[in-house]
Write a protein that binds this ligand. Structure first.
Ligand SMILES: [Zn+2]
Length: 385
C-alpha cells in the first residue's frame, strides 16, 4: 500500500509517499497513493507507551485488552507495554503465557508485557517478555539482586523505598533514595519520576527515565480521582517538573484504570491510579504546536526513545522498519476517554491543540477519524511473531 501525506522524515516535515506491507518498503517523493492523509495532518512514527496497566484476567471489570487497546489506537498508540501487578500476578511461565494469550486474541495494537520479579527458583528470562517491573516491595528481594546483576532484559523501577508501605508517607527523598538501591544494574529504567531531582540523578547514574503528563499538570488535592502512586507533588515541585519535558527520555501514561465504584470510595480506602491512556500523544504534540518543544522532541518522547529503551527496531519511518504510523491533526478540542472502561480521569476536559486522526498498526488502519477498526497486534518481543 502507498500512503501519501506530510511525513516527519529525518527531522523535518516533507510531502512524501511511503510504501509498506507490515514493513516499510519504499519512500519516494511521488506515487499513485492507495490512501492520502488530509492536508492539516502530519504522519509521525507509531507512538509507544512503555507503562500501561491493561488489567484484564480477574481485573477485567476495570479494563480488558479490547477496551484498552481500542483506547490506545484512539490515542495514537501503536504499541503498549503492560504491567504485571494484576490478579493473578504475572511473574511465572504460566501467568506470562496466560497474559500473552489474552493479548494475542484481543489486542488491537502491538504489545509487550513485563514480568514481575519472579519468586525464588522461577526463571522467566527466556520468555518473550519486554523485561521486569521492579516495585518498591521487591527491592529487598534476593531475586531482584539476581535480575539486576544477570538479566539482559530491561528492568523498569517504580522509584520509592519500601519504607512507605509501613509508614504511609510518600516524601520525595524516598523516590531519590530508591535509585541507589538499584545502582550498578544494567538496563535500568526509572519510571514516573515526580521531581526534577529524580530525573537529574537518574541520568547521572546512567539510567534512562520517564515521567507522566499527570505528575506535571494535575492538582493533587485529596480526592480519589487524583490519588495515584507515586503521589502528585505540590505546585512548586510540579512547576519544576514541567522543565523535565526537556530532560526525560520518554513520556508514559501509567494508565491505571479502576471501576467507578472503587474511585467513589472514601479517600483513605479508594485505590490509587489515574486513567488516561489516550492522553499522552495528543498532549505531547499539543506542546509542540504551542512551541514549548519541537516536533522532533515530541517524536523522541513518545516514539524514538521508548523504542530504544525497549531495545526494539521501532519508532522510525525508514526502510525495513515495521509499518506503524500515528497521524496527528492540528485541532482545538477538550480531552475525554472514549473506549476505555474508565471514563473518570482528572485530565477530562483538558484543552488540547492536537488530535489523533489515524493510527496504522502493522500496515493496517487501526483507527480512523473517531472509529477503531479490528486490527490484530503482535508481541514485538517475540522473535517468532
Ligand atoms: Zn504503573
Amino acid at each position: 500500500m502507498w500512503l501519501k501525506g506530510k511525513f516527519f522524515l529525518s527531522g523535518e516535515i516533507v510531502e512524501a509517499c511511503v510504501e509498506f506491507d507490515t514493513q516499510i518498503r519504499n519512500i519516494r517523493n511521488n506515487c499513485k497513493p492507495d490512501l492520502e492523509t488530509p492536508n492539516d495532518t502530519i504522519v509521525v512514527p507509531g507512538a509507544v507507551d512503555m507503562h500501561v496497566h491493561v488489567r484484564g484476567m480477574e481485573l477485567a471489570y476495570k479494563e480488558d485488552v479490547t477496551s484498552a487497546t481500542k483506547e490506545a489506537t484512539y490515542g495514537g498508540l501503536t504499541l503498549i507495554v503492560d504491567m504485571p501487578n494484576t490478579s493473578p500476578y504475572v511473574r511465572d511461565k504460566k501467568t506470562i503465557k496466560e497474559k500473552l494469550s489474552e493479548f494475542e486474541y484481543y489486542s488491537r495494537c502491538n504489545y509487550g508485557i513485563y514480568s514481575g520479579v519472579p519468586n525464588e527458583g522461577e526463571n522467566v528470562e527466556d520468555m518473550p517478555i519486554a523485561g521486569y517491573k521492579i516495585f518498591p516491595e521487591d527491592l529487598w528481594k534476593k531475586e531482584t539482586e539476581n535480575i539486576l546483576k544477570n538479566s539482559r532484559k530491561l528492568k523498569i523501577l517504580h522509584p520509592e523505598v519500601p519504607l512507605y508501605l509501613f509508614r504511609g508517607t510518600r516524601l520525595s527523598w524516598m523516590e531519590l533514595a530508591s535509585l541507589y538501591m538499584v545502582s550498578g544494574g544494567k538496563r535500568v529504567h526509572i519510571t514516573h519520576a515526580t521531581t526534577i531531582d529524580t530525573i537529574a540523578i537518574s541520568k547521572k547514574m546512567g539510567f534512562t527515565v520517564d515521567m507522566t503528563p499527570h505528575h506535571m499538570i494535575v492538582d493533587g488535592e485529596r480526592d480519589c480521582l487524583s490519588k495515584v502512586n507515586p503521589p502528585i507533588r505540590d505546585i512548586t515541585e510540579r512547576n519544576k517538573l514541567i522543565q523535565g519535558i526537556h530532560e526525560v527520555d520518554a513520556l508514559v501514561s501509567d494508565h491505571a484504570p479502576h471501576a467507578k465504584w472503587e474511585k467513589n470510595m472514601p479517600y483513605e480506602v479508594c485505590p490509587p491510579g489515574i486513567a488516561g491512556l489516550s492522553f499522552t500523544v495528543p498532549f505531547v504534540f499539543s506542546l509542540s504546536f504551542k512551541g514549548i518543544i519541537s516536533l522532533g522532541r515530541a517524536v523522541q518522547l513518545v516514539s524514538t526513545n521508548p523504542s530504544k529503551i525497549l531495545g526494539i527496531k521501532y519508532g522510525e519511518i525508514a526502510n525495513e522498519y515495521p509499518a506503524n504510523f500515528t497521524v496527528i491533526k492540528r485541532e482545538n478540542w477538550r480531552y475525554h476517554t472514549v473506549f476505555s472502561k474508565t471514563t473518570y480521569t482528572p485530565m477530562d476536559g483538558y484543552p488540547l491543540d492536537a488530535r489523533v486522526y489515524m493510527t496504522i498498526v502493522r500496515g493496517k488502519v487501526a483507527f480512523l477519524d473517531g472509529e477503531p477498526l479490528p486490527v490484530k497486534g503482535a508481541n514485538v518481543f517475540d522473535k517468532n511473531s
